[in-house]
Design a binder for this molecule. Structure first.
Ligand code: SAM
Length: 358
């Protein structure tokens, strides 16, 4: 049976053994990149309708796997060298069983660490609407880090973008509950969208300094359900840096690690931290270390992939963990060299961010 499963996708340039720990070493792609970071979408439901992500209506079909299936898939990826797991969605806090899943993942050990006491790095991305009551249980279950998406620090602009009135104060309480629970340093992700929130840049700088959080500005990418993206809607990195420097002089900080996606800064008095993630104006594909699992069990090797790879289908047909490992190695070999946003012929993926898992 293994052989028929393994011919579904042929490896590009390496024979693939069906033996995990088969001497092939850590998961890597055909461009020499080590793949260490798995993003798992645990639901594609969301309680927000952000203007840059979703349509205003809720006609979509949702698709989730049982929690145990995510756990099995994560375990297989970890056996191949994945040592960083980010749980995301949709909105992951909507998913029943999330705290237990974090606990189960926290019990796994990285497969290729020299230190036998090494642990996985477990992170979560959330909109924070349901976070106040969940921050401490998630931390206690083993969550290491949290990223909270907030696209404004003005409650009216926040409501205009999320299309959910009254949520800003809840998210702020979620940020503070996360600090209190020991999940700091907390990252706040803000997607900047021309005409909606570029006037929030300076207010976010103040927020970083006052709340002791890392604010990361993200360029808007063409991954929305509606067709709203144009190059003009992107607020590019240079403009963000210019505005921040006018607010208060910026000082560059070194990257935290080799596959860091953010350009990091503090201000001249050392207070506050800003990251700028610029996949459109300054792509960082060359050191991308990520793969994604969609909520319906498909592997995506790039946010902008034109196709998914049906891992759960393989599982449902009775694949062993070894079959899954070999299949994953072959799929990851085909990871795209880079995205082509802004180039002639660029094709937007058919799935939006809420379905891919951000
Ligand atoms: N619901 C969670 C949240 O709000 O953080 C997790 C899923 S959400 C899809 C993950 C991240 O993707 C959020 O920070 C969101 O702002 C970002 N995002 C969604 N669509 C995007 C786009 N078209 N371009 C850039 N970032 C986007």
């Amino acid at each position: 049976m293994a052989s028929s499963l393994l011919t579904i996708i042929e490896p590009v340039n390496k024979p693939v053994s069906a033996d995990p720990g088969d001497g092939l070493g850590r998961l890597r792609d055909n461009h020499g990149r080590v793949i260490s970071d798995l993003r798992v979408s645990v639901t594609d439901r969301c309680n927000y309708r952000c203007v840059y992500c979703r349509t205003g209506t809720d006609g979509a079909q949702y698709s989730e796997l049982p929690i145990d299936d995510y756990l099995r898939i994560i375990r297989v990826f970890v056996s191949l060298g994945i040592d960083k797991i980010r749980l995301t969605g949709g909105e992951p806090l909507l998913r029943k069983g999330l705290v237990d899943l974090v606990g189960e993942v926290a019990a796994l050990r990285p497969a290729f660490a020299d230190d036998p006491a090494a642990k996985l790095d477990i992170a979560l991305t959330t909109n924070g609407h349901l976070l106040e009551d969940l921050a401490a249980p998630l931390h206690d279950a083993g969550l290491n880090r949290i990223t909270i998406s907030m696209d404004a620090v003005d409650p009216d602009i926040f409501a205009r973008i999320t299309r959910v009135p009254g949520s800003y104060e809840r998210v702020l309480r979620g940020v503070r509950a996360s600090q209190a629970a020991g999940l700091g340093p907390i990252k706040i992700n803000a997607v900047l969208l021309r005409g909606f929130n570029e006037d929030q840049i300076e207010a976010f700088a103040k927020f970083s300094r006052e709340e002791n959080v890392i604010v990361r500005f993200i360029e808007f990418m063409p991954l929305e359900e509606d067709r709203t993206w144009t190059p003009e809607t992107v607020v590019p990195m240079d403009e963000i840096i210019g505005r921040l420097n006018a607010f208060r002089p910026l000082v560059a900080l070194p990257p935290n690690h080799a596959s860091e996606t953010a350009r990091r800064f503090t201000f001249d008095d050392g207070l506050g931290e800003i990251g700028i993630i610029a996949p459109v104006s300054n792509p960082f594909c060359g050191h991308c270390s990520r793969v994604r699992l969609t909520s319906d069990g498909k592997v995506r090797t790039c946010l902008f992939s034109q196709s998914d790879h049906d891992l759960v289908g393989l599982m449902r047909r009775g694949a062993t963990d070894e079959d899954m490992s070999a299949w994953i190695r072959a799929v990851v070999m085909r990871k795209e060299a880079r995205h082509h946003i802004g180039e002639p012929g660029f094709l937007k993926p058919s799935r939006s961010m809420v379905h891919i898992g951000g």
